[in-house]
Every structure is written in C-alpha cells, then in structure tokens.
Design a protein around this ligand. Structure first.
Ligand SMILES: [Ca+2]
Ligand SMILES: [Ca+2]
Ligand SMILES: [Ca+2]
Ligand SMILES: [Ca+2]
Length: 205
C-alpha cells in the first residue's frame, strides 16, 4: 500500500472514531408545563443540539403525556381504573417512550426522577427489549440513577416502565452520550479512498 493512501485511510478511520470518542454527555430536562398530549412532545437538549420525542404508553386505555414546571413528565391514562398523575402501574402499566430523532443514537448514562418513595422502581426497555427490571433510583426530591458500566445500553428508543401498583414516579431528566451515525458523505469519501486503494493494487499486481 502506498504511504499516501495508507495515511489517508488511517486519517479517515481516525476521524470516524473521533466522532464517538469525543462525544460529550447530552441532557434533556423535562421542566416545561405541558397539557395533556396524546401525540409526542419534542424536547430540545440542554445544549440545543438534539431532539428527543417523548410519548406516553399504557398497557390499555388512552395514555396522554403531561408535565408541569419543576415536576417532570408523567402519564395519565383515560379509561384506566386509576389515572395517577405519575408514570405508574396502578390500574394499567404505564411508560414514557423517549426517542432520539435524527441521525443519532445514544447511550443512556443517567436518569433523574421525582416523586420517588422507597417502593418505587422502574424497568428500562431499549429499542423494544427489556434490559433492566425493577431498578430503584434511590430517594430524594430528585433521585438520580447513574447507570453502571454494565448497565449502559445504546439505542434510539428508551422506555421507562412502571409495572406494579407501588410504582409511581415522574421522569425529570435523562443524560446520554450521543454518537452521530456517520453521514453518507463521510461514508462516500471512505468508499472513494478504498476504491482508489483497490485500483492501485490491481495496477501494481
Ligand atoms: Ca398515570
Ligand atoms: Ca412515588
Ligand atoms: Ca416495578
Ligand atoms: Ca410508590
């Protein structure tokens, strides 16, 4: 391989890696006053660079998303025997679905909850797969759960689920490490470099 092409390919590979290695944590804070919404609500990240869509989910009935200032998002399920103003498992199991929009996926680093008491816990689903069950986020006005290294999952859709009558909480903030999926332009450039490499090999063969 020529030294020039070797260097070019290495540089491209390094720049592709740098996009993920240098990713700074990105937080979304659910501190707005939102009336009941049956559609999704889009939140801008605290740094203004990313969009997260929050949608209410319920085992049955008609789930709606809501939040209030200094309170966090929660689910109200019409048609349930119990429509607590929380993400709760009383009457019907409920969840908030968080979807990273655009060409990005994230690794969930931490989540902060409100109205937590000591019998509250959550399940986490990533891209539709339940990866954690009955996790207690701790106690406090804002209980922040930091996911351990073996609990850090990467995906595009994250679902916080309450699955028992005791579970009732609001989701206040989530923090991700966000990796940009390489843009088509970057891939095309890499393809050109590899094609060049192939033709050079054929010529010298
Ligand atoms: Ca509820
Ligand atoms: Ca509670
Ligand atoms: Ca539970
Ligand atoms: Ca409770």
């Amino acid at each position: 391989m020529s030294r020039l092409l070797n260097g070019l390919v290495s540089a491209l590979a390094l720049s592709a890696l740098a996009g993920t290695a240098n990713a700074a944590p990105v937080s979304f804070t659910f501190n707005e006053n939102i009336q009941l919404s049956s559609g999704g609500v889009d939140y801008l990240s605290d740094d203004g660079n990313y969009v997260l869509r929050a949608t209410a989910w319920s085992e049955y009935g008609s789930p709606q998303l809501a939040s209030c200032t200094a309170c966090g998002i929660f689910v109200v399920t019409d048609g349930s025997s119990d429509n607590n103003v929380a993400i709760d498992g009383s009457g019907a199991n409920e969840a908030v679905i968080l979807e990273l929009l655009g060409v990005s996926e994230g690794t969930l680093l931490s989540a902060a909850f409100r109205t937590i008491d000591n019998d509250d816990d959550f399940n986490l689903l990533v891209d539709g797969i339940e990866v954690l069950t009955d996790v207690s986020p701790g106690i406090g006005p804002i209980a922040t759960y930091v996911f351990g290294v073996d609990q850090q999952f990467t995906g595009q859709e994250f679902r916080f689920l309450a699955d028992s009558a005791e579970d009732d909480f609001k989701l206040w903030q989530v923090t991700f490490e966000i990796a940009e999926v390489p843009l088509p332009g970057t891939l095309a450039l890499l393809g050109v470099a590899l094609a060049g490499l192939g033709s050079l090999r054929r010529r010298t063969a």
